[in-house]
Design a protein around this ligand. Structure first.
Ligand code: MG
Length: 251
């Protein structure tokens, strides 16, 4: 069942979303050569608390950290630790926060120092795929129009989308119905309505779409070791079109 949110609930989620967006911008600036992913996690937790939010991921199904930090061939759900970032890495930063009982969830992938042109292109295309998906969040469209738009854009650029992990509804729970795949034919699934709030999150690989999970039980990596990128926004569907909730004011 897809839970529709009131204006009031969406306003609360926007407050959570602003916290996520602001802290992600701090993390973007902090992700420089020589920094550990653990240090980024501490910064993420401090940033959320300083803004009177609560962390969303820590303790969720046993996940140990505030931030998911996924480097290079890591797709999502990387656990922060003593890994030191070096120039040329790319890092996916996935963060959730809760305010007054409501969640927001977003992710960016950023370069560490100077990175190869092919990594730049992967990040740019993945962000474009996110925006193509968001553009489909119109009242009366169907859910799989989002999935199809993302897959189409990614594959036209010669990359692949991960199948095993998908976007999701979000609200009083971090993960609600419906699942939002990043692949599949258009014109299927539920019709989109005002008040639906969805986390759209394409995961894009330079190589094949297959992924596997490391022995830590969390870290998802590409099976062929190719680079992967991840971008995510929490978006409310309104009669006026999609409204991104995970944004800094004025942007
Ligand atoms: Mg998510």
């Amino acid at each position: 069942m897809i839970i529709l949110k009131s204006r009031q609930e969406i306003a609360t989620m926007r407050r959570a979303g602003r916290i996520v967006a602001e802290v992600l911008q701090e993390l973007r600036r902090a992700a420089v050569p020589g920094v550990t992913t653990e240090a980024l996690d501490r910064l993420a937790e401090a940033g959320i608390r300083a803004r009177a939010g609560q962390t969303a991921f820590k303790g969720y199904r046993g996940f140990p950290s505030t931030l998911c930090a996924s480097v290079n061939e890591q797709v999502v759900h990387g656990i922060p630790g003593d890994r030191v970032l070096k120039a040329g890495d790319i890092i996916g930063l996935d963060l959730g926060a809760r305010v007054d009982g409501y969640f927001a969830d977003a992710a960016i992938t950023v370069p560490v120092g100077q990175v190869h042109e092919r990594a730049q292109r992967l990040m740019a295309i993945t962000e474009q795929a996110l925006n193509a998906g968001i553009a489909q969040l119109q009242v009366g469209h169907r859910l799989s129009d989002v999935s199809s738009a993302i897959q189409h854009l990614v594959e036209a650029k010669g990359y692949s989308v991960v199948r095993q992990f998908v976007g999701h509804g979000i609200g009083a729970q971090i993960h609600e119905d419906p699942p939002v795949p990043n692949f599949g034919p258009a014109h299927w699934g539920p019709r989109l309505k005002a008040g639906m709030v969805l986390a759209i999150e394409p995961m894009v690989n330079i190589g094949a779409p297959e992924v596997e999970i490391l022995e830590d039980g969390w870290t998802v990596v590409t099976k062929d070791g190719s680079l992967s990128a991840h971008f995510e926004h929490t978006v409310a569907i309104t009669e006026q079109g999609p409204q991104i909730l995970t944004m800094v004011d004025g942007h």
